[in-house]
Write a protein of this length. Sequence first.
Length: 626
Amino acid sequence: MMEKHQFKAESQRLLDLMINSIYTNREIFLREIISNASDAIDKLAYTALTDDKVGIAREDFAITITRDEDLKTLTVSDNGIGMSREELEENLGTIAKSGSLGFKQAMEKQEDIDIIGQFGVGFYSAFMVASSITVITKKYGEDKAWKWVSNGADGYTIEETTKESAGTDIIMTLKEDTEDDKYSDFLQEFQIRNLIRKYSDYIRYPIKMEVTKSRKKDGSEEYESYTEAETLNSMVPIWQRAKKDVTEEEYNSFYQDKFFDFTSPLRTIHTSAEGTVSYKALLYVPGKAPYDFYTNEFKRGLQLYSSGVMIMESCEDLLPEHFCFVRGVVDSQDLSLNISREMLQKNRQLTVIARNIEKKIKSELKNMLENDREKYEEFFAAFGRQLKYGAVSEYGIHKDATQDLLLFYSHKQGKLVSLKEYVEAMPEGQEKIYFVPGENKDHLRKLPQVETLSKKGYDTLLFTEDVDEFVAQSLMTYMEKSFCNASSEDLGLQTEEEKKEAEAKAEELKGFLTFVKETLGEQVKEVKLSSNLGSHPVCMSPEAGMSFEMEKYMKRMTPEYNFSVGRILELNADHEAVQAMQKAMTEDPIKAKDYAQLLCYQAQLMAQLPLEDPYAYTELVCKLMK
Ligand code: ADP
């Protein structure tokens, strides 16, 4: 029985776009259909490794193109995995799938129709040239075969049919020629040959077509024509070719096609190794993070091939977490084809390859950092956070792989710098790498400690991402310089003499400091003097080893713990406001207490800490003004 179905709404929009397309690059439809056929064969070839019943030898897998000039049909057949009825419906009835997502988003933004060529828009692109498409398919291991027919506009029909063996035929009835568009060109032998060369040469299965040839008749000078099946593609995958023979365009279009990105990669890494373990790898650093990159949905890993057979779609073990943004393929004949996926994890060769790949990626990124800064910053904007996570994860065991690649914002230079650049620019006498954590740069720039450091010609890194502080904690030192959180730790700027002087001063003002502490009670953990405050009277700093950013972070992540960081009120004894408070302590203790509370509020505001009771603050200000 034949059933009629409508396309899902988005699919319908895309179809309309395809059908009415005036896009000049329509020819890509063939690449898309062939690429699907190749994927389907990959799946059955993989099954065949462990399932004798498949009964197709590796060399017998093929894609066949058939032309019928009378019926105006172009057919692409494969002996791959085929589709069940449910799969037909799921795959060809809806388009909200990963590969087409970028396209969908672009469509929603009503971008130009030129986008078509930039996406792996897949099966639907055939409607740019076909007025109707019939799919006949039989899934491997099932008895029934199915026929799916659609002219795009009115949905599709599905009915049962017969087909001898597993696989899929895509039968495209080409549109009628018009004055401007000669769809029948796509039935021309030479045209198809060119398209295969241009777009599908690397497909690893033979793409066969009956072609017309001529030969001399036996014993005569006359020629006769005959037809013969010919393989149109060279079947050499792009990563097996010599670097010098592959153009940038080919690298890019392979990337876009395979990894569903419509932008070009920032960097292409084509590398190989011979020796204990031989392999070829073609890796790409994308220009932007995929929409699901920072979610659990994201699947990291490289495609793994062994002697031309794909054995894993995304092999996680080939790629460390901190470089998980890299996409690509690895092909090694040293891996046994019959290896199970579980065994693969413990495979020694695989570990060696993974280690080499990690080194290679690191050196390529470093090279980009040193020689193509603009590109590197673009990369860092997309994936810098991932590198930082890498430096922090597993107690910092990956820091060697990542620390040289990190960038932070330099207060002094007003731009991103690497840690190496920071250390190399340190003036004589500077011993530490100073940073301040906080939410925004403008606020951090104004911190008294930053001002103090600046006066000495010392730079401060402004840490505005949650993870930054954890990076400093996890690295501890870089080029033998230790990290110093300037907002909470001793800046180490005082000479022995100055220290002694400060101690004496603290001793002298002990009564005053105790008075302030007692006035503020639980609000602060400690009250002390500071010589780092520049022109400011007070500041609130976190207890040693902590930061308020961490407190905010922890409160967000685990609100149930009510994590809180001890507050230390630092006073600038040379400041008039502090001196006024000190004077009031003996003359008018009640006023002195109000001053202490007011300065405490101010310190909290400057540290961007919320006031528990803003009304008390306003009342206090009004009281003092009266
Ligand atoms: P994409 O290839 O980006 O997933 P397509 O629209 O080209 O999107 O195809 C949708 C799905 O239909 C494929 O993912 C695949 O599961 C299935 N499909 C398409 N062509 C074939 C084929 N020749 N054999 C088996 N399955 C196919």
